[in-house]
Design a protein around this ligand. Structure first.
Ligand code: RAT
Ligand code: ZN
Length: 425
């Protein structure tokens, strides 16, 4: 039923459900808030292709428990291609690829029009070998219906630094930068000598000019890369404030003032339990429940700074929603890492809609491999569809008039538009 030319009123359960489905599937993703992707100019820092897809660290954790005949050390000693063959055989052929990370690989192959039924790995490899990285970036962004992604840019990574120093700001508009600064907060003892080596007047005990100099370091990098936020992944036991730890002064006197001056949020990502099994390397981190008081106190002590927060533990999600109700400078985002599974996305998204309405960002992909942008968003859009269908049907049952245009605006916000609006971009 159409009322005006610009408004499509939806009536009846089927019409509403169909409209929500179409809107969730077709609304362009304004921005994927957190990825580990890079633009083409970063060369081999951008991972893509079949072998990278099946050796994703989520799958390495699965293969090491499914096929115990190969130890983690033996696995890591293999070439990338051997690792991929081993994962494919163990996780896709020897048993059904029913886990979320495995299903994701198949969703990608299917989206590329490859024959999933054939299980023909060489055909899959040929597909990637016959394309260029530039073509493939275009293809992936189109299939994911994605406009922009935020990279994770680490000034402490020498390979990445060389690109920024030699080539300056990013020129591919699809790739936004974020300034990732874990070492300043987690391993200050290691970060301090590096800052000193780069010409900043910093001492390990934070005396003298140190905090002003850390701030200068942040401002220099912000000028270089134009980040949309600063971020750090912090342990489940991270505390703020913690007078005995350098991180509190670094946040209060360097990170927060720099973010305020730049007009960008700070994004603490809390809940990692690092290296519970070091033999698994990148796949060896786990999860712990963090103290929500840390998030509350950050927001309370710094009302002029915006905080973009994702927490890794399922047990923290409800209290994060409650905290966001208290602090307008807190924007929850995404279902991070071990939470990026349909059953948990469903639960978290319902909880967030019920407590926060539309004022959060439902998902980010955390892609490490370009191709994952395709599957993670196909799967997440479907999860969002299920939740929103129920929510809009409940709304319609009150007699509220629903329009396709309003639902589309809501979905755009939940897919990342809320962050851009928050930033004023
Ligand atoms: O999700 C992941 O791939 C993790 O390994 C981490 O990258 C995490 O998301 C992070 O950004 O630290
Ligand atoms: Zn990440």
């Amino acid at each position: 039923m159409s009322t005006t030319q610009s408004e499509t009123v939806l009536a009846g359960r089927t019409e509403i459900a169909n409209a929500v489905e179409r809107i969730c599937r077709t609304t362009p993703l304004p921005v994927d808030l957190h990825t580990h992707l890079y633009s083409a100019r970063f060369g081999d820092l951008l991972l893509w292709g079949f072998d990278e897809l099946v050796t994703y660290h989520y799958l390495i954790a699965e293969v090491c428990r499914t096929n115990r005949s190969v130890s983690p050390d033996e696995f890591y000693a293999m070439s990338k291609r051997e690792q991929a063959d081993h994962v494919w055989q163990s996780l896709f052929i020897d048993e059904s690829p029913i886990s979320e990370a495995r299903r994701g690989v198949l969703t990608c192959l299917q989206a590329y029009g490859l024959d999933v039924e054939s299980r023909d790995v060489e055909q899959y490899r040929e597909f990637f070998a016959s394309t260029t990285v530039e073509e493939h970036i275009d293809r992936v962004f189109e299939l994911a219906n994605c406009e922009k992604v935020v990279m994770t840019n680490d000034p402490f990574d020498d390979q990445e630094c060389m690109v920024w120093l030699a080539q300056g700001a990013e020129t591919d508009e699809r790739f936004l930068a974020s300034l990732r600064i874990d070492p300043l907060l987690v391993t200050w003892h290691d970060a301090q000598p590096r800052l000193a080596e780069w010409g900043y007047d910093v001492s390990v005990d934070l005396s003298g000019n140190t905090l002003a100099e850390v701030r200068r370091f942040l401002m220099d990098w912000a000028e270089r890369i134009d980040p949309v936020y600063m971020a750090a992944s912090l342990g489940f036991n991270f505390q703020y404030p913690d007078p005995d730890h350098p991180s509190t002064a670094v946040i209060d006197e360097a990170i927060v003032p720099a973010c305020i001056e730049l007009g960008i949020p700070f994004s603490p990502m809390l809940g990692v339990k690092r290296q519970v099994n070091p033999t698994l390397r990148l796949a060896g981190d786990a999860v712990g429940k963090c103290d929500i008081g840390t998030v509350e106190r950050l927001c309370q002590h710094h009302p002029d700074c915006d905080f973009l927060v994702t927490l890794l533990s399922r047990e923290n999600q409800h209290e994060l929603c409650v905290a966001a109700r208290k602090f307008p400078n807190l924007l929850p985002f995404g279902c991070w890492w071990f939470l990026n599974d349909p059953s948990i996305i469903d639960e978290m998204t319902r909880e967030r809609v019920e407590l926060l309405g539309n004022s959060f960002v439902a998902q980010h992909s955390d892609c490490r491999v370009l191709d994952q942008l395709v599957y993670k968003w196909i799967h997440s859009r479907e999860s969002l569809r299920k939740v929103l269908t129920d929510k809009y049907l409940d709304l319609a049952a009150t007699g509220w008039r629903l329009t396709a245009e309003q639902i589309q605006a809501d979905v755009r916000g939940l897919l990342g538009g809320n962050f851009l609006d928050w930033l004023g971009r």
